[in-house]
Design a protein around this ligand. Structure first.
Ligand code: C2E
Ligand code: MG
Ligand code: MG
Ligand code: MG
Length: 292
């Protein structure tokens, strides 16, 4: 950026304000990055759970675990802010290990207490660096066994961009997980940079349509057609489709008619702390059908 040229009409004050704001943002990133190290060990992180439902019947079929961080210094920091920092610093590997262990131990508890159905599936987000670890699949399978959980009760969510960090390495890890029965979901589908040729080789079981595609589908025919095509393509690949970010009954209804199987979004429930999630699951009427 040509600072001098940009600054000319505004004078020195604007340059000063710009660089101060820039500096403050940089300082926050630096501080968050330092505070993040060891946050899981200090008990500052927690998992929230967002229900996934079968669109046609309204039945609860699973949940996505989403990490939360309450920093004693910075307060609640959103994963949208701290996950990229953890990926840059490498701390994501430790956070990912904590998410895996904590998620599976919650799931094992729920199963033992009969709080979820036998076919309930927990989804965890997996970062590129985790997929690059040669030991990743073996560790996941070992953890499942330790908790006496069937591999099909777990699904890993990976993004196209995450896969492209090390396409061959990721393929190897995902093949081992899929062979054991773990579900493989492509998250934020349609927003990343993977090729269809590569996707075809992956043992994918689920495509998660990014919520940016859902936003306009009620008003715009073109958006509807696009979602319809993604659903058709997913089915062509033998995958189920999860629509993420459903915020209205109208969207839920349309998606059901387009053949989308599963949904997740604020219309059903926000991500919730464990107790609230279990209460929601308990209270949920099985007959909550979308109008159609
Ligand atoms: P994601 O995996 O695509 O998760 C979905 C995000 O969309 C979540 O944001 C969720 O709260 C939000 N969401 C769900 N339904 C709706 C809706 O109806 N409307 C809107 N506007 N938003 C909705 P969250 O929890 O802030 O997480 C953001 C991202 O951070 C996640 O995107 C994921 O990429 C990452 N993340 C979260 N937890 C983990 C984790 O344990 N490990 C890794 N590697 N990444 C994680
Ligand atoms: Mg996800
Ligand atoms: Mg997503
Ligand atoms: Mg808790």
């Amino acid at each position: 950026v040509h600072m001098a040229a940009l600054a000319l009409p505004f004078g020195q004050d604007a340059v000063g304000r710009y660089s101060r704001a820039h500096e403050q943002a940089e300082q926050r990133r630096l501080s968050l990055r330092q505070r993040l190290r060891g946050a899981c060990d200090r008990g500052e992180t927690d998992l929230h759970f967002q229900p996934k439902v079968d669109l046609a019947s309204g039945r609860l079929v699973g949940a996505e675990a989403l990490v939360r961080w309450a920093s004693p210094v910075h307060g609640d920091v959103s994963p949208g802010e701290f996950i990229p920092l953890a990926e840059a610093s490498g701390d994501i590997v430790a956070i990912g290990a904590w998410v895996l262990e904590t998620g599976l131990s919650h799931l094992a508890d729920w199963r033992r207490r009969g709080q979820v159905e036998d076919d309930f599936c927990l989804a965890l987000n997996v970062a590129p660096q985790q997929l690059c670890e040669p030991d990743f699949a073996r560790q996941v399978l070992a953890r499942l066994e330790l908790h006496d959980l069937a591999p099909r009760s777990l699904e890993v969510e990976v993004t196209e961009t995450g896969l492209m960090a090390d396409p061959e390495g990721a393929l190897g890890q995902l093949e081992r997980l899929a062979a054991a029965g773990v579900g493989i979901a492509i998250d934020d589908f349609g927003t990343g940079h993977s090729s269809l040729a590569y996707l075809k080789r992956l043992p994918v079981t689920t495509l998660k349509v990014d919520r940016s595609f859902l936003a306009g589908m009620v008003e715009r025919e073109r958006d509807r057609r696009l979602v319809e095509s993604i659903v058709a393509m997913a089915h062509g690949l033998g995958c189920r489709v999860v629509a993420e970010g459903i915020e209205s009954l109208h969207q839920a209804d349309l998606l059901t008619r387009l053949g989308c199987e599963l949904g997740q979004g604020y219309w059903y429930a926000r991500p919730m702390a464990e107790d609230d999630f279990l209460a929601w699951a308990q209270a949920r009427p099985l007959s909550m059908l979308p109008a159609g």
